[in-house]
Design a protein around this ligand. Sequence first.
Ligand SMILES: Nc1nc2c(ncn2[C@@H]2O[C@H](COP(=O)(O)OP(=O)(O)OP(=O)(O)O)[C@@H](O)[C@H]2O)c(=O)[nH]1
Ligand SMILES: [Mg+2]
Length: 430
Amino acid sequence: MFIDEATITVNAGDGGDGKISFKRGYGQRHGGPDGGNGGRGGDIYLQADRSVNTLMKFENKNTFVADSGQGGGSQNRTGKSAKDTYIDVPVGTIVYDGSTEEQLIDLNEEGKSYRVVEGGSGGRGNAAFASPSYPAPQLREVGEKGDERYLGLELKMLADVGIVGFPNVGKSSLIARISAQKPKIGNYHFTTMDPHPGVVEVGNWDSFVAVDIPGLIEGAHQGRGLGDKFLKHLGRTKTLVHMVDISGIEGRDPLEDWRTLRREIRKYDSSLGQITEIIAGNKMDLIDDEEVSKQVSRFSEEGLKMHPVSAATGEGIDELVNKTYEQVQKVRETSDRGVGEEESDDKDSYRVYRFEGEKGFRVLQEGDVFIVEGKEVEKLVEKLDFSTVDAPDYFHRKLEDKGVIKKLKSNGATDGSIIKIGGQEFELVT
Ligand SMILES: Nc1nc2c(ncn2[C@@H]2O[C@H](COP(=O)(O)OP(=O)(O)OP(=O)(O)O)[C@@H](O)[C@H]2O)c(=O)[nH]1
Ligand SMILES: [Mg+2]
């Protein structure tokens, strides 16, 4: 099944905890602190991979958790940082923040990746806290939690050419003839249920990607047939090959069919009507030359160029491919000049706040409770292991250093007042 939308949850790895440890050894009964720091938790990246065609795999698995960093060890051993996790998605996947619906990145090139969540930093071990005032700190930090995020994924295929047409006209047969892709071909309607991109080699110097869009019928924009949900994949194509059946084998009129589908496409999205179109009249092998010429002139009376072809015998196919390639090249050259495709900036990957450099805080009051808000102080609370002997003292000093205690007092807090930081409550000691 072809799935082009998904929501997933990503959880970056937690940082490893810092260690409390003291040197031991002969003559070192009271050795100095040697507890190492924890390692970083793993980040999670989404990466565009050409070998993935749909977002189907997220139907079964939609939660991803990166590995955590290892805890610090004695003898100043730093815990190992976790490996980052890469999730492969099809080229053309657009990534949204699930909560704000903001577009984060368009993974529109093979190999392009984007960090969606950042792993937690490791906690510091007690050796990191050693100072003249703390020669033997009973103190450590725990690892920072990895970030969690909901993401919306939407695949908008990145094919150069979209092949459109009524059911059974021979779209898949064309793809099968011009590329290595072997789609299902059947003499019944809606054989193709999902788009199959195929790479079309042009000579041996270049190529383009063509995709076979499931058959469209009148009323597709109202959901008839397979509906028009696949038309969104045409939005990024450089040209369309609009295929009609000129054999009359199904009692269809190719010119009428052409008009009907143009209408459907424009009704879906008028901008799709701007994409150039190459008309291929398929199944020419089933009619004589005279009939072929008659159909060609019916189109030309309307100012349209129709290329008679046979996906079955290969007649006219080289010319069609060349014509299509020319058009693809034209559009490629325009976009190379900076029109259309926007340059993406890989550096704008998701940043969780790192409170270095964000030293500000403010004090609010809710009834008798004083709330201190500020990234740096909140991070201090998150990471400090309050079960350790020296933590309360260290914490108090830090708040003093940052001017938090002074500010609390000037706001009316006194000894025993309840202080809330980062969701945790403390009693103020002055
Ligand atoms: N004689 C003849 N038959 C063809 C030609 N091209 C396709 N066919 C036949 O037409 C039928 C439909 O071909 P498909 O390629 O499956 O058509 P499609 O447009 O992909 O159809 P859907 O996926 O149902 O929309 C099959 O039986 C093909 O063998 C052609 O050039 N000549
Ligand atoms: Mg088909």
